[in-house]
Design a protein around this ligand. Structure first.
Ligand SMILES: NC(=O)c1ccc[n+]([C@@H]2O[C@H](COP(=O)([O-])OP(=O)(O)OC[C@H]3O[C@@H](n4cnc5c(N)ncnc54)[C@H](OP(=O)(O)O)[C@@H]3O)[C@@H](O)[C@H]2O)c1
Length: 256
């Protein structure tokens, strides 16, 4: 689908790259010639993943909890030291749990917002200030979630992802003078390791509320990610692209 050397000479950081969508994104960049650093909290998982990914190209891992600014600063400094630059940041790390809004405690709400919104900002802030702004170039792709009609059943992540979507627009404008492109991808239901963690009851009949009548694949999200960070998308910035089989336009997310 893409030229095999499309990202030759480029360095990519994929947060949450040790599993699911992030792993598929990392693999795609490697297949297209990039050097990739994957990061997340669990070293053992990252080690196994980077060993697998090394079959496709040069990949290494770095442990980094995006909730901790000292760790996001450190991972960016580490990339500067080892790779010498960063061209593309994929903000994919995140997590949430399904719950009726009234059962989400302030602590649980804050935890999800802290991870999915503040964590995204922590790594973005570090990458922009330490690398993208000084080098006068960069691409940021934020993986958010389909929350076009709100996010009934996951109020915390809906609020956090809406925050990231707004941040995407703001940064696209503010940082265009540094030649930094910022876009977001909003996946609907994607068959992935993240999806497997949800209860069976919750997932029952999911395909039925998607006009495409199936879940999306991690490779489909990866293809969109590489497109948005490729020269073909140079004039696209501040945009959110939905990849949801039309689900945002029709049907309930899940039984309330
Ligand atoms: N699957 C879907 O249908 C779907 C739909 C919409 C949006 N999304 C979003 O897409 C992203 C990838 O999802 P997925 O399905 O591939 O799920 P996943 O396998 O659970 O991936 C999430 C990744 O984020 C990492 N992570 C979580 N918290 C982190 C933190 N504080 N610091 C650093 N890394 C952290 C996890 O690794 P560690 O545990 O090692 O930290 C994990 O590798 C997530 O943000 C998810 O919410 C998924």
């Amino acid at each position: 689908m893409f030229q095999s050397d499309l990202f030759k000479g480029k360095t990519v950081l994929v947060t949450g790259g040790g599993s699911g969508i992030g792993f598929a994104i990392a693999k795609k960049y490697l297949q297209l010639g990039a050097e990739v650093v994957i990061s997340s909290r669990k070293e053992e998982k990252l080690k196994v993943a980077s060993d697998q990914l090394n079959a496709f190209g040069k990949c290494r891992y770095a442990v980094c909890d995006i909730r901790l600014p000292e760790q996001t600063e450190a991972v960016v400094a580490d990339i500067l030291q080892h790779e010498g630059k960063l061209d593309i940041l994929i903000n994919n790390a995140g997590g949430q749990f399904p719950s009726p809004a009234e059962n989400i405690s302030p602590k649980g709400f804050a935890a999800v917002v802290n991870n999915n919104l503040n964590g995204t900002w922590n790594i973005t802030y570090a990458a922009a200030n330490k690398i993208f702004i000084p080098q006068n170039s960069g691409v940021i792709v934020n993986i958010i979630a389909q929350m076009f009609r709100g996010f009934p059943g996951m109020a915390h992540t809906g609020a956090a992802r809406a925050g990231v979507e707004n941040l995407t627009k703001t940064l696209a404008v503010e940082w265009s003078k540094y030649h930094i492109n910022v876009n977001a991808i909003a996946p609907g239901f994607i068959q992935s390791s993240g999806m497997e963690q949800y209860p069976e009851e919750f997932k029952k009949g999911m395909e039925d509320v998607v006009p495409a009548k199936r879940l999306g694949t991690v490779d489909e999200v990866a293809d969109l990610t590489v497109f948005l960070s490729s020269p073909a998308a140079n004039y696209i910035t501040g945009e959110t692209v939905y990849i949801d089989g039309g689900q945002r336009l029709w049907g309930d997310l899940w039984k309330m």
